[in-house]
Ligand binder design. Sequence first.
Ligand code: SAM
Length: 225
Amino acid sequence: MRMTLRQPERLLEGARELGISLDERQCELFATFGSLLYETNRFMNLTRIPEDRMIELHFLDSLAIAKIVHLAPGARVLDVGTGAGFPGIPLAIAFPLLHFVLIDGTRKKIEFVRRVIEVLDLQNVIAFHYRAEDFAKVGSNLNTYDFAVARAVAPLERLLPWLLPFVKSGGYAVAYKGLDVDAELDKAKARVKAFGGSLDRVVTVTLPFIGVERKFVLVRKQSNL
Ligand code: SAM
């Protein structure tokens, strides 16, 4: 299955603005992912973002984390509540030398993500049907990831206790959030501490072309519990 994007230059240029250079093969992988997503979306509820906004609001938004953390080769990244594969699949395509684990509590979504991984033949990503709370009961997952990330999954007060147990000391939980994150942060502060984390920073990234502002909440894991 070989697809091309309607506007490959938009993806290339947007990624470049985020500090990522993509080659032709990676662009094809994004295109194939997009086709699978919108074909499947006809009969399964995967996304409400229209196809003509996919490059900016799905792909570039997922990749925007690269602007604020160093994704070093060999790093391990857990994507909690990946849904149809965001941000995990775009990151796995763009960063083939990192290792990605994607989990979601909805079986159908993970079945879709597994199909994407198979069709795209991605060697650096694996998907599991798990809720975060249950994945944490598999002891070998704890304190092992350089980053645990989540986009549009839950308020910080609930989300950070899901993410932090997986992060190793010195690593980060990173939440993709909207602009109105301050009230959520206030409520989450006590929980951050209880889970061995400390709020590192909140960073705003303006998405290429559309000017939408994405806020990232970074919590550093100080100690393993
Ligand atoms: N991250 C994707 C995105 O940005 O498009 C999906 C967002 S969707 C709104 C939220 C997803 O989180 C759903 O697929 C849901 O099944 C999953 N989810 C919610 N709570 C979860 C939990 N405790 N553990 C794992 N997945 C969870």
